[in-house]
Design a protein. Structure first.
Length: 93
């Protein structure tokens, strides 16, 4: 994926206190990623801002202007509403 310019961000609703455990589990299972972030305690589970932050951090790390092209989740609210340019507007509800 890197050879084609792709990056992987994982945004979860697991507490950020578990980020190290989450990353270790993903690596142990062979799930490759460039960035992972959980949900800060007391933060709403609506994750639009964390998605935006992931794009910003990946741009800082890899340069360029990353654009999300694939979303995966286990419920419809895991997916964003995008504008015509592909920017995250808000979480689906």
């Amino acid at each position: 994926m890197h050879a084609l310019g792709g990056l992987v961000a994982i945004v979860t609703n697991r507490d950020t206190g578990n980020d190290v455990v989450t990353r270790t589990n993903l690596k142990t299972l062979g799930i490759w990623f460039d960035y992972e972030i959980g949900q800060k305690g007391g933060e709403p589970s609506e994750n639009s801002q964390r998605w935006r932050d992931a794009v910003t951090i990946l741009a800082q790390r890899g340069g360029g202007s990353p654009r999300p092209v694939l979303w995966l989740g286990d419920q419809v609210t895991d997916f964003p509403i995008l504008d015509a340019q592909g920017h995250i507007v808000r979480a689906m509800s």
